[in-house]
Design a protein around this ligand. Structure first.
Ligand code: CA
Length: 254
């Protein structure tokens, strides 16, 4: 299909998010943050003993938002260099904090970030939090999980149902803060008016199939209401882990 010159452009983005402790965990190690003005949206799922997971995830969100702060006001660094810089800075912030305090040793976090600029969208990913897009009633997972079982599935060494039952399903192969260096996946796509992006932690995707997430999102309603219905459904399905969902809608003119 050709690209119509009359295709409407995305003129703005709206967002809403919820993080919920779930029903089994004593604390919430997920974190989210966003700035519609700067066009940056982030979800992190922390790991580590005691309060370390919470510290890692909130450090990462704060650092990413700080580095994108004022981007729309004419910052010189173009994407994706800006994104790579933000990931490096967040990684260092967590890693150096863990080195200074033995109680925080080994802490880390996943990170999934959406950066938007008119119709351009960049997705940044480290770990097994995910970014999905709902377009024309179809949900598509945009990120690949950096997890041991998902990599085995991609290599054809494990079936998806074996992956779901594997005792190693929690093992992620990339995290922010656990090493001196981290390599994120960064890719660019074009948004269309009506696109709905979902950033979420595995507390949502372990409880709900992609088909049920698609059904809930496609039911429509305000972004706040959609966040509530996703969280409620994940809790109803067990709520074994912290649940975070961040929704971003691309809107056209009129
Ligand atoms: Ca989790």
């Amino acid at each position: 299909m050709g690209v119509s010159l009359l295709a409407t452009a995305v003129v703005n983005y709206t967002a809403a998010a919820i993080t919920d402790r779930g029903r089994k965990r004593p604390s919430n190690e997920d974190a989210f943050g966003y700035s519609v003005e700067d066009g940056v949206f982030a979800v992190c799922d922390g790991m580590g003993g005691a309060a370390a997971g919470e510290i890692a995830s909130s450090l990462a969100v704060d650092e990413v938002l700080r580095l994108f702060d004022g981007r729309s006001a004419g910052m010189a660094t173009p994407m994706p260099q800006l994104a790579e810089g933000a990931i490096t800075a967040a990684n260092e912030a967590i890693h150096s904090r863990a080195q200074r305090n033995y109680r925080l040793s080994g802490m880390g976090t996943t990170l999934v970030v959406l950066v938007v600029e008119e119709s351009h969208v960049w997705v940044l990913n480290v770990g097994d939090s995910r970014c999905y897009r709902l377009r024309d009633h179809k949900l598509e997972q945009l990120t690949l999980d950096h997890s041991l079982v998902e990599e085995q599935v991609r290599l054809g060494r494990m079936t998806p149902s074996e992956a779901l039952r594997s005792p190693l399903r929690n093992v992620i192969t990339r995290a922010l803060g656990t090493q001196c260096h981290v390599t994120p996946d960064i890719f660019e796509l074009q948004a269309e008016p009506g696109d709905l992006f979902l950033l979420c932690s595995d507390g949502l995707t372990r409880e709900l199939t992609d088909a049920s997430i698609e059904g809930l999102l496609d039911a429509g309603g305000s972004l706040d209401d959609l966040c509530v219905s996703l969280t409620k459904a994940a809790n109803k399905a067990g709520g074994h882990d912290n649940i975070t969902c961040l929704l971003v809608r691309a809107e056209g003119e009129g």
